[in-house]
Design a protein around this ligand. Structure first.
Ligand code: DX5
Ligand code: ZN
Length: 222
């Protein structure tokens, strides 16, 4: 089993206390920072542009885990790579077909990034299985993308189980990340199903940040 990584989603950060919360995040035990980009079209919400990423990058040593929920991933993957993303994850539903998906993964890798592909809760996993070698990460959405604070959809773990089996059998270095409704209890279920990266927004930021991250890190043991 790979090391468990926590990627707190700064969508839930309290923007009236940015530097205080960022400092806490930097010392929380989290290795990644999850940066949700929404364009108001692919999802009915609007969030951060590339200059905000540049600012966070300057203020934090964490790996920048950028999740783009946008209609035009080709354009925005490049924009966010140039702004300092370490990982860019786009949605399979936003590209024309699997060839376009592979092409974009190669582009992200050619720019020095890690390439991730995300699936909404009701998108099947089958199309991704033959191209897993092209990816560094699969992000399973366990809520409909767009907003923090929603309830975990347990049926999405079926896809995690299938992916983990495939990744282990083929001995691939692909991360399995889950996003949406993660708390201590759902974290445990996700880890058991085979996830090695947990995104958590409201659970981490609605309590002492370090305590939240540490309790997720311990979820596997309890
Ligand atoms: C939702 C975002 C998530 C969100 C998770 O579209 O992709 O990253 O911030 O928030 P919680 O953990 O509160 O469900
Ligand atoms: Zn996300």
């Amino acid at each position: 089993m790979q090391e468990l990584i926590i990627s707190p989603s700064i969508l839930s950060l309290d923007y009236s206390k940015v530097s205080e919360q960022l400092d806490a995040l930097n010392h929380s035990g989290a290795k990644w920072m999850h940066f949700d980009v929404m364009d108001g079209h692919f999802v009915p919400n609007l969030t951060f542009g590339p200059d905000i990423l540049k600012g966070f990058k300057k203020a934090s040593p964490l790996v920048m885990d950028v999740h783009i929920m946008v209609d035009d991933p080709q354009m925005f993957a490049e924009v966010f790579m140039k702004a300092g993303a370490d990982i860019v994850t786009f949605h399979l539903e936003a590209v024309e077909n699997i060839d376009a998906c592979v092409k974009l993964c190669r582009k992200i890798r050619s720019m020095g990034g890690k390439a991730g592909v995300s699936l909404k809760p009701n998108t099947p996993v089958d199309a991704l299985l033959p191209v897993l070698e092209e990816l560094d990460l699969v992000l399973i959405m366990s809520v409909e993308p767009g907003f923090g604070g929603q309830s975990f959809m347990a049926h999405t773990l079926e896809k995690v189980i299938i992916l983990r089996q495939e990744i282990s059998q083929r001995n691939l270095p692909v991360h399995l990340e889950i996003d949406g409704g993660i708390n201590r209890n759902t974290a445990k279920q996700a880890i058991l199903a085979g996830c090695d990266v947990l995104v958590a927004g409201s659970y981490v930021f609605k309590q002492d940040i370090r305590t939240g991250v540490q309790s997720l890190l311990c979820a596997a043991q309890s």
